[in-house]
Design a protein around this ligand. Structure first.
Ligand SMILES: C[S@@+](CC[C@H](N)C(=O)[O-])C[C@H]1O[C@@H](n2cnc3c(N)ncnc32)[C@H](O)[C@@H]1O
Length: 286
């Protein structure tokens, strides 16, 4: 049976091979994100939302707009917002946080006898990673009064950064956070129909957010003497040559003996990098 034509289905929802090739090359160039042909339907679905917002009736119209001088610059940011995959969690890959508490921070105290520990969550998504790190660093600070810390958190997507700054999460997302940390660092909403939590100001004040695209030629807006860079589950979206370039630029921001942590499925085997492996996915700058 034929469906009646409605406003929702009246536009051409199919992405042609040519449009897909044009868009994926453009996205690769702008963000490093590699979209092989198997990702075509995913791209089509994500961009359909954008077409509706712009009230455009075909992908051809959208491509003309994106690649034009008048629309292009403004649209790139919104397009990258829908194209990026932002899956994340509190205490994701928890062995990293155990390593920070049990090895990295005691070592930092021995070396510096206190002072400020500076970290970068590179590709921070909606903030779960930098806030988890802040919980861990704050706990350490409570038992080491000379210790302090700052965390910079960056992402490509302006939309996801807004969520991270707002720091409000559905309550079911924080069940993984240990109860004693939830009690100290999370504020519960009064609305019990739609229960949410907000990260407490005493944590938020240590975390600053900014937009940074890993494709930028240098990361000079980031301090160059960091003790820790977490860049987890980001490189998987890049090809190997881009991964190597990005990690080399990340290394320029890490102080000697500082640490880099990657996601558990990311490998830098046989890349030419100033890093020594300490544990799987944990590296030290040499
Ligand atoms: C899957 S999330 C990982 C979040 C977090 N690091 C974690 O492990 O849970 C990947 C993030 O990388 C960001 N990203 C992708 N390409 C990027 C680029 N070229 N520059 C900066 N961030 C990028 C995405 O916007 C997304 O939020």
């Amino acid at each position: 049976m034929l469906e009646p034509t409605t406003a929702a289905n009246s536009f051409n929802q199919e992405l042609t091979d040519h449009e897909f090739n044009q868009l994926s090359a453009f996205i690769y160039n702008e963000s490093g994100i590699k979209l092989p042909p198997v990702k075509r339907i995913m791209l089509q679905c994500r961009l359909q939302k954008r077409l509706r917002e712009l009230q455009m009736s075909s992908f051809r119209e959208y491509c003309d707009y994106l690649f034009s001088h008048s629309g292009g610059d403004a649209e790139i940011v919104s397009m990258l917002d829908v194209v990026s995959t932002n899956k994340t969690d509190f205490f994701r890959e928890p062995t990293h946080f155990d390593f920070i508490s049990n090895t990295m921070l005691p070592e930092f105290m021995e070396g510096s006898r206190g002072g400020s520990f500076s970290a970068w969550s590179a590709g921070c998504s909606s903030g779960e990673e930098p806030y988890t790190l802040a919980f861990v660093l704050n706990e350490f600070m409570l038992t080491h009064p000379t210790f302090s810390y700052t965390i910079l958190a960056t992402d490509l997507s302006t939309k996801i950064l807004q969520q991270a700054v707002t720091a409000i999460y559905p309550e079911e997302r924080v069940t993984v956070v240990p109860m004693h940390l939830r009690q100290k660092y999370l504020l519960r909403s009064k609305d019990r129909q739609n229960p949410t939590v907000r990260i407490a100001p005493l944590i938020r004040q240590h975390v600053s957010f900014a937009r940074l695209n890993f494709m930028d030629s240098t990361y000079s807006s980031v301090p160059a003497d960091l003790h820790l860079v977490m860049c987890r589950n980001v490189l998987i979206y890049f090809d190997r040559a881009t991964q190597e370039k990005v990690i080399n630029k990340l290394c320029t921001r890490i102080r000697p003996n500082g640490y880099l942590m990657l996601g558990h499925s990311e490998s830098i085997l046989n890349m030419n990098l100033p890093l020594q492996q300490i544990k799987p996915t944990i590296y030290r700058k040499v």
